[in-house]
Ligand binder design. Structure first.
Ligand code: PEP
Ligand code: MG
Length: 287
């Protein structure tokens, strides 16, 4: 309700793992205990609250992405692998494709809501680094009767440099939208663990390499008619948002308390763009 009260045009990132962490139970435990239905219902109930609050505005559901060091705290999470660096480890789509039962349950939850009339939900995949992952996830969606691009908008987060560099290959595989996960894209581009305080002082989304990746993906997606958005923290940072709007991004997802400021800033930058275009057109007319 707090987010909807901002008058935002939708939800650019619905983090499933928050819903799971709040149940206190590891999603795999539901599967092992033969309680897939309960997992589907838990996810559906969580998404419903948001989809209902925002209907008919779009809500992008991000499939499960919790690193092993977070899953370990849950009931049934005792057997989580101990990884040297969970941020570079078994998380996001790579884990989901290894444990497709969980991804299936998520898609079943979205299908259920779609059948109840919630046609405003989009699916967003985290941490992709190769187009096969997009293809496999779509196959899993189809296997439970959820048709990507038809029943739901189907998109991906751009949060690995690999995905940003070969975005055309993902576009060819079929995408309705991309959203920048700048929290991860920054850590992977700069080789800085986002949870490591010793290197936190070097962490900035304003690094030219990160900006270059963002601008290049926006340009390629615009050419291909794929919607672009951002859902990382940088979407609440005016200095980055300004650059993204100038590059032609379609939407910005900001923290609830930043929505108003970011909305005003976007309007200001767009006015500037229109004014410059009008001035240029006038000059051309005179010539
Ligand atoms: C991101 O990486 O920018 C993002 C939004 O995902 P998360 O912070 O959940 O990794
Ligand atoms: Mg991320």
């Amino acid at each position: 309700p707090k987010a909807a009260a901002t008058g935002a045009d939708g939800v650019g990132l619905l983090r499933t793992e928050h819903m799971m962490l709040s149940t206190g139970v590891h999603p795999r435990k539901f599967i092992i205990d033969g309680e897939e239905d309960k997992l589907v219902d838990t996810i559906a109930e969580g998404v419903l609250k948001v989809a209902d609050e925002f209907y008919p505005k779009p809500v992008w559901y991000r499939t499960l992405d919790a690193p092993t060091d977070e899953f370990i705290t849950l009931e049934g999470g005792e057997n989580e692998p101990r990884e040297h660096n969970p941020m570079l480890g078994w998380r996001g789509i790579r884990r989901e494709l290894d444990e497709p039962e969980i991804l299936k349950a998520e898609f079943k939850a979205i299908k259920k809501l779609h059948e109840e009339g919630y046609t405003n939900i989009g699916v967003m995949l985290p941490l992709l680094h190769k187009p096969e992952e997009l293809r496999q996830a779509k196959e899993i969606a189809r296997s439970v009767g959820l048709e990507p691009h038809k029943d739901v908008d189907f998109g991906m987060m751009v949060e690995t440099p690999a995905a940003a560099i070969i975005i055309e290959d993902f576009i060819e595989e079929g995408l309705d939208f991309v959203s920048f996960g700048t929290n991860d894209l920054t850590q992977y581009t700069l080789a800085l663990d986002r949870n490591n305080e010793l290197v936190a002082k070097h962490y900035t989304e304003a690094h030219p390499a990160v900006l270059k990746l963002l601008v290049s993906v926006i340009e390629k997606c615009n050419k291909a008619g794929v919607t672009t958005s951002i859902c990382g923290q940088a979407g609440s940072k005016p200095e980055i948002v300004e650059k993204l709007v100038e590059a032609g991004i379609d939407s910005i997802s900001a923290n609830t308390d930043a929505v108003e400021t970011i909305r005003k800033l976007v309007a200001k930058v767009e006015k500037k763009i229109m004014l410059n275009a009008a001035k240029k057109a006038l000059r051309n007319e005179k010539d």
